[in-house]
Design a protein around this ligand. Sequence first.
Ligand code: DGL
Length: 283
Amino acid sequence: MSIGVFDSGVGGLTVHRMLVERMPAADFVYLADQANAPYGGRPGEEIVALTRSGCETLFAAGANLIVLACNTASAIALRTLQQTWLPDLRKTLGRPVNILGIIVPTIEAATGVPWSQQHAAAVPPAARRETVGIFSTPATTASEVYEIEMGKRRPDLGVTSEPCPSLARLIENGAGAVELATVVENHVMALRTRIGRAPDRAILGCTHYEIVADMFRAALPPGTPLIHQPGATADAICVYLERHPEYPAGTDGTRRFLTTGTPGKQSPLVEAFWGAPLSFEAA
Ligand code: DGL
């Protein structure tokens, strides 16, 4: 049995890397749905269908717990799959399987409030002294998941999202540094305009963006804290696995990297982030 990690493409590697750091002995199988990336501009029903198909591949490859290392899939598909697909699938497979997302741990880290704690009293916008900026795909932005769920837990925080329609695709395609930095700078500028000043903290709410986190750091005012989604997710998954021994994570330290796209080497941009050559097998 192994831990499955799913993303539309290479963004989920940022989460995979932190999971491996926390659980070096566990067995992992990663699936990048590169044939269908990016997800962020697709309609919701397509995101649900593609995420389900990716999870089927990972369960068939021996995963028992899947981490959706993708904000778009976590925001749009996770609840539907948990409620309408997993109960029957467990009966069919005859073993415990589950799918977890990355937005819950990120919001817990950003708010300092456990997910189960909600319904804090409303605070009028003018009284909100701190603003968290979210950079995300158009689908995640449109879902307003960060605004809604952070608002339920920390109504004293302002939350403003900036959709970045081309950025995941550029990162997926291994675009050059100058082009990427320009796009990142433009989005940081646009978010500042939207808020009326710089955000006090920021979330890279698309796992692809973590690959260019240094460009966001350079474009934001120096020292702006970035909430580290991969680290927050890895911490939460470790706690979950300790509490759920029905999902054994394996002990052989195996790593498989699958793609629905073209198998083989990943781009120099991804390999620079990864720090080693990285080759994907056909899913
Ligand atoms: N990496 C993904 C996310 O976190 C998806 C990007 C995309 O496919 O548009 O949202």
